[in-house]
Design a binder for this molecule. Structure first.
Ligand code: ATP
Length: 584
């Protein structure tokens, strides 16, 4: 490929630069017109060879001496190029797409079919490239393209063909050790044309090694080339001492140009390879899809790929239907590219989703771990609470036990004395001498001395001013023992009108302050039962019984019959001078 770079070096321009530097203008030589002349001659040569190779009928689109535009349009379909190459080497281009008729020719000279144009030219270029011949870009056949490169390629093919005819074994390689035969109308190198220059140089060097006689002939030929004439013209009027400087300058310029072209050629080769690989990838669309790595466990992605394949299958051109459907083909290719980009995007999305899923899974596992850890901690706390509750109940039981033991120590039988105040209308003639907590002194005026004043001891003595609450306060601890399973009996004893009913129940007009022991005991029991609701469940029932004249009567029965009931939890009864509260 480097040879192609060498071919495009414009020695004339290099010389011109050198001459400019040395104050010498090439006005009398008119290099531009000469160059155009040479370019046209080379183009005619290429066109003639093509016409001769493929036949005048096949090459009807290519005039004998075409302009640059005619040359480009004639070769644009790639038909002539493919046919010429197949003539040189049969089967070099296996697939040549032909047009269905001339009617499809477009007046402005556009290609018959974009696909045909692309396919044929591409196949031609691939085959030419495989032979090591200089190639050109597909765009060189477009308007504004470099037709000189196309000419170079065709002339190289021509040389290849001639070399092949000469050796007869097809081993000739472009740039190899072959000296092309100049038969018929020989290809005269009128210019410093890069391609012919390269050929001539390489051939002459190789040939010099093996054919000395031929070498002299070549050298004499080169002396007669315009390049030599040019050099002679430049150097003829120079003084001998100026020649080395001028030659050195020329050589350095040529070297610069040479380096520049090698670099550009390398870049060109690289871009060509990339384009060829990309194009091949598009052609082998089905294969490309099969090569794509699709996540096996992604049902949606598989579904999408199936859809893509179906679309591509539908979009895949069938050879018979391709001709005359340029727009459809272009649309199909565009669609294919779109589908590929969508597929790429979907693959990326699937990868993102997989990553998110993995993150979510990791998060979930972490939460589960945390949850189980916290459950374990809560379990331990619960165990501690259970132990504490158990301890609490033990302590509570202990407290109750101690409480009742205190009640026992205070005395299981307690006797209280309450002195009723004088009622309205009663003569205030008190016989009570003194009341001192548990002692009361009764004075009997009719008796004297020790007999006239007697002291009685009780657990407690309540004076005439003692309130109902004070009386109840001393009995309350005993009543609470009932809820811990102890039996308690409270009764009031005294003569008629002494205040038993008042103490145990209260006056007729009851209120919060004058309620007796019975009501207060019940109220206290209900409050306690409510407080211990979470721990204990109590059932409370009430009986009211009167024992009168040795008869037991149920005061809560309304039918008047006296019935004896078994004693239950809480019984109030009255027995003659006894007002009794039984608690079980
Ligand atoms: N501590 C007291 N303070 C004020 N009034 C009282 C007190 N004790 C009793 N009384 C009044 O004395 C009167 C007689 O009391 P109460 O009826 O309770 O006596 P009792 O012993 O029950 O008599 P009975 O055996 O005949 O039923 C009532 O009017 C009562 O209100």
């Amino acid at each position: 490929m480097a040879s192609e770079g060498l071919l495009s070096i414009s020695v004339a321009s290099v010389l011109e630069d050198v001459l400019k530097e040395h104050g010498k203008r090439l006005s009398d030589m008119d290099l531009a017109s000469r160059k155009a002349e040479e370019t046209a001659a080379r183009r005619y040569d290429a066109a003639m060879w093509l016409r001769r190779t493929v036949g005048v009928v096949s090459a009807k689109d290519l005039p004998e001496e075409p302009s640059e535009e005619e040359f480009r349009l004639g070769l644009r379909s790639g038909l002539i190029l493919c046919n010429a190459l197949n003539k040189v080497q049969p089967g070099a281009v296996t697939k040549v797409v032909v047009s269905s008729g001339d009617s499809m020719l477009i007046p402005d000279g556009a290609a018959l079919s974009a696909y045909q144009y692309f396919e044929n030219v591409r196949n031609f270029l691939v085959a030419v490239q495989e032979k090591g011949l200089p190639t050109f870009e597909v765009s060189d056949l477009e308007e504004g393209g470099k037709s000189s490169r196309v000419v170079n390629c065709i002339l190289a093919l021509k040389s290849y063909s001639e070399g092949k005819q000469m050796t007869g074994n097809g081993t000739w390689k472009f740039g190899g050790n072959f000296k092309p035969i100049e038969s018929g109308k020989p290809f005269m190198r009128k210019t410093i044309d890069p391609f012919s220059n390269s050929l001539a140089r390489s051939h002459s060097i190789d040939y010099r090694e093996s054919h000395c006689a031929e070498q002299d002939k070549n050298e004499s030929n080169e002396m007669s080339t315009p390049l030599n004439v040019l050099v002679h013209a430049i150097l003829s009027d120079k003084k001998p001492e100026e020649v080395p400087v001028l030659v050195e300058s020329m050589l350095s310029k040529v070297m610069e140009e040479f380096q520049r072209h090698i670099t550009s050629q390398n870049e060109l080769c690289l871009s060509k390879q990339m384009k060829a690989a990309k194009f091949k990838g598009l052609q082998d669309d089905g294969k490309s899809f099969s090569k794509l790595k699709i996540p096996a466990d992604s049902a949606s992605a598989s579904c999408e790929i199936k859809k893509e394949k179906e679309i591509i299958k539908r979009a895949r051109p069938k050879n018979e239907n391709i001709i005359g459907s340029t727009k459809n083909e272009d649309a199909s290719k565009e669609k294919l590219l779109k589908q590929l980009s969508i597929l790429d995007r979907q693959q990326r999305d699937v990868q993102f989703l997989r990553r998110d899923l993995q993150t979510a899974r990791a998060g979930l596992e972490f939460l589960q771990m945390k949850y189980s850890e916290e459950l374990t901690i809560i379990g331990k706390h619960m165990h501690c609470f259970a132990n504490a509750a158990s301890g609490y109940h033990k302590v509570l039981a202990e407290n109750r036990k101690l409480y009742n033991q205190v009640q026992d120590l205070k005395g299981t039988i307690r006797v209280y004395c309450r002195v009723r105040p004088f009622l309205a209308g009663q003569v205030n003639h008190s016989t009570i001498g003194c009341i001192d907590d548990g002692n009361i002194t009764i004075i009997t005026p009719a008796k004297y001395g020790k007999e006239g004043q007697r002291t009685f001891t009780f657990n407690k003595v309540f004076g005439p001013s003692a309130s109902q609450a004070e009386v109840f306060m001393d009995t309350q601890p005993l009543i609470r023992s009932v809820l811990d399973g102890y039996n308690v009996c409270i009764f009031a004893y005294g003569q008629t009108g002494s205040g038993k009913t008042f103490t145990m129940s209260g006056p007729q007009e009851l209120n919060q302050h004058n309620m007796g022991v019975n009501y207060r005991a019940l109220e206290d029991l209900f409050n306690l039962a409510e407080k211990r609701r979470g721990t204990f469940s109590y059932e409370i029932s009430v009986q009211m019984i009167e024992i009168y004249n040795e008869q037991v009567r149920d005061l809560l029965i309304c039918d008047g019959l006296n019935r004896r009931y078994p004693f239950c939890s809480l019984t109030f009864f009255r027995y003659e001078n006894l007002e009794v509260l039984l608690l079980f």
